[in-house]
Structure formats: structure tokens, C-alpha cells
Design a protein around this ligand. Sequence first.
Ligand code: AMP
Length: 280
Amino acid sequence: MRILRSIGLMKRELSAHRRKGRTVGFVPTMGCLHEGHLSLVRRARKETDISVVSIFVNPAQFGPKEDYLRYPRDMKRDASLCRKAGVSYIFYPDAKSMYPAGYSTYVRVRGLTENLCGRSRPSHFEGVTTVVAKLLNIIRPDRMYLGQKDAQQAIVLKRMSGDLDMDTDIVIMPTVREKDGLAMSSRNRYLSADERSAAPTIYRALQEAGVLIKSGNGDAAGIISGIRSKIRPIAAKIDYVSVVDTKELKDMKNIKGEALIAVAAWVGKTRLIDNIIVRR
Ligand code: AMP
């Protein structure tokens, strides 16, 4: 495994592999890796010849009052996990080389980015689509692996790649959870012991909603208020509880076909997100 910091070198290495007919699988991350990330890595290894993990805490996707500086970083541990998982390359650029002085190009996906997390994090998705467009141009992978944990992000990136005629297939993998159901996240380490034991309530509320929907309940407002009342006691603040379609991410009134039930809530000072996809 090699750790490369230079954009130029990363491009040259991967061009050489491509010339030899090798396929490239790519897992973009912000580091502080856990089993969720590693499930994507394992799938990339299974399906492609050369696996690349990027580790880049992308300043462009954090709002001014968010946790960019505080976001956990642990390169040593990440490198060892990647080495054990059989990763070929870690791409580990610094912010100055990704956004040099004079940087002025941003990618925006309209519509899909306006609901859910886009409401409370207005510039977040523009930061995500911009950095991922750059990473896809640098790495030019055959396949990019994303987690359903960040469902809106995955749907937005899929749209971007289609709209911009990018040559990368996007594979979305299921959310990996702790034994008690809490979705794994690098931010879980911010939680105090009490907050950590309360946090699985979010997934439990989602599951209970899923059961109701599958048994025929299509009333989105009722489903949403059921979830809200279950998580209110453990949440300092509920950012949103939404039921949307999985194509345009528009709010659904009557649940029909495939629906994304998504929650963002603050547990203490930590903003957690989770979701399930159900079909009615
Ligand atoms: P992050 O490092 O949080 O930006 O996440 C990098 C990638 O890993 C994204 O595609 C996430 O959706 C994915 N990911 C994060 N947490 C999980 C999880 N618990 N299960 C599956 N994928 C995840």
C-alpha cells in the first residue's frame, strides 16, 4: 500500500494501471475509518483490481459554525486499517493542493440538495459535489463506493455523475451499524456515555416506522409525528424527520413505492443522521 499526497503523482500512478488494463475502485472518505468505511473497501477490493481510499477532511463541505477543525483525524490508525484491508493506495491530499489560491470552480446539483440536510446546511452539498468531482477527475475510477448512511449524498452524487457524463459506476452499500443499531459514524466518538446509550433510539424509531409502512400505513404525517415523539426525549434538537421519494427527494404525503425515511437530530452537541428505505 502506498500513501500519496500529490495530485500529479496519484494521476500518473493510476494512468499506468489503467494502461495495463486494471480496473480501479474508489472509496472517498474523511478518515477516522470504521467498519462502515471498511465494508466499502472490501467491496471495492472484491470488484476491482486497484483500490483507492481518499482521506480528506474537505473544508468546503463544512459550514462556518460546523466542526471542521474539531473533526477527528487519525491518519496512523487509518493507514493501518487500510493496509490490513488490502488497499492499494491512500490518496491523502492537503487542503492547499485541492483548493489553491485562486480556486473558483464549484459544482452544484439543484433540486435534490434543497431538502433534508440541504435545509440546515445550505452550502454543504456544493462542497461535497465539488470535492468528489475533483477526486473523480484525479482518480478516474471504474467504480465509486458510497454508503446509504449518507443517502442524500449518495443520491446527489449519482445524479452529478449522470448529469456530467462521468464514466464511474456508483455502488451504494448498506449502512453498517453497531450491535445496538446505532449507525457507525466518525462523529459517534463525540458522544458522552449517556448520549451514546440514548442514540440507538433514532434507529429504533425508524425501524418501527418501517414496520408500520410495510404493513400498509401510508400516512407520512402520522409516521413523522410517531418518529418525532420517540426521539424527542433523547434529542437536544430535531433538525428534521422526513419521508421523501428516492428519486427527487421530495416530501411524500401518501407513501407509495419506495420511500426514504430520514432523520437528523442533535444528541447533546452532536448532529446524527440516519435513514431507512422502505417500500409500500
Ligand atoms: P465519511 O468519511 O463520513 O465522509 O464517509 C465516507 C463514506 O463512507 C461515505 O460514502 C459514507 O456514506 C460511508 N459511510 C459512513 N458511515 C457508514 C456506515 N455506517 N455504513 C456504511 N457506509 C458508511
